[in-house]
Write a protein that binds this ligand. Structure first.
Ligand SMILES: C[S@@+](CC[C@H](N)C(=O)[O-])C[C@H]1O[C@@H](n2cnc3c(N)ncnc32)[C@H](O)[C@@H]1O
Length: 275
């Protein structure tokens, strides 16, 4: 079978399983052959090596396995990170969390911050690359996620500045100037697409009740430590978080939105406001 025929067949096979069947087929074929995607067009009359191996990948994609887990790569903030089952695949909207964190770090000249729930490490690594003086303590309860983060931290040569710790929230973590998190916030029992529900770690997605329990705990940590808190939230969690802020007498806070106008996160500037 020629490269071109393989691409056509794979695209047809992914027709109902993938949102972008042709793109996924190209990405997986390029990965399978170790070529750049552009080479697929130029060399489309060549005989495909190990067609069976390629169609085994296509079968996994057809069963909804995410392309990122199949290739071991994910793009975040213009960089490529290693990814594997065990860590959440970083989402484009989380780049906004990086942008909001970067503003605060720059404004206040922060030197040491914490990330709760580091996952693959994409957020902490991106910030460490943006701020060459910054140190980050990045926690996670999942040893699998921490192992994936460790590979990324090493790959970017950031072992000196991004410290990975297996602990819950900030247990055992000393002084930091800001707490940043994209915690699990999906309400228990929420049905998710099969590519997410069947492949991404449940501990990275779900939080008890309406999904805001960890967000509330993180806000409480910021209040106790008197440092700003910055968190990503689900698009429908602004109201419960505002109710929580009001109930707790927290008056100063700000929500940020994504390009589609959906609520995506909040900042509570503890430590700098009058309460
Ligand atoms: C939504 S993922 C975010 C991963 C990564 N920061 C990102 O944005 O792509 C949430 C992460 O929080 C971790 N986590 C869940 N409960 C935690 C806890 N109590 N303390 C620290 N990390 C926790 C999960 O293991 C998971 O890696």
């Amino acid at each position: 079978m020629k490269v071109r025929e393989a691409l056509e067949k794979a695209t047809a096979e992914l027709r109902y399983a993938a949102e972008r069947p042709r793109l996924d087929a190209e990405i997986l074929l390029a990965r399978h052959l170790g070529w750049e995607r552009t080479a697929l067009l130029l060399r489309d009359r060549e005989e495909l090596e190990d067609a069976e191996g390629f169609f085994a990948l296509i079968a996994r994609r057809k069963a909804h396995e995410p392309v990122e887990y199949l290739t071991g790569r994910v793009s975040f903030y213009g960089e490529e990170f290693f990814i594997a089952p065990g860590a959440l695949i970083p989402r484009p909207e989380t780049e906004l969390l990086v942008d909001e964190a970067a503003k605060l770090i720059r404004e206040r000249g922060m030197r040491r911050i914490a990330e709760i729930g580091v996952g693959s490490g994409a957020v902490s690594i991106t910030l460490a690359r943006l701020f060459p003086e910054l140190e980050i303590v990045a926690t996670d309860i999942s040893p699998e996620a921490l192992e994936i983060a460790r590979k990324n931290v090493e790959r970017f040569g950031l072992g000196e500045r991004v410290e990975l710790r297996q602990t819950s929230l900030l247990d055992g973590v000393g002084e930091v100037e800001m707490i940043l998190s994209n915690p699990p916030y999906v309400a228990e029992g929420t049905p998710l697409a099969p590519n997410v529900a069947e492949y991404e770690p449940a501990t990275a997605l779900y939080a008890p009740g309406d999904g805001t329990s960890l967000l509330r705990e993180i806000v409480a940590l910021g209040r106790d430590r008197e440092v700003p808190v910055l968190c990503e939230i689900g698009y429908d969690q602004r109201v419960p978080m505002e109710e929580f802020f009001q109930a707790e007498g927290i008056e100063e806070y700000r929500f940020y939105r994504d390009l589609a106008g959906m609520d995506r996160g909040f900042i509570v500037p503890f430590g700098t406001m009058k309460q």
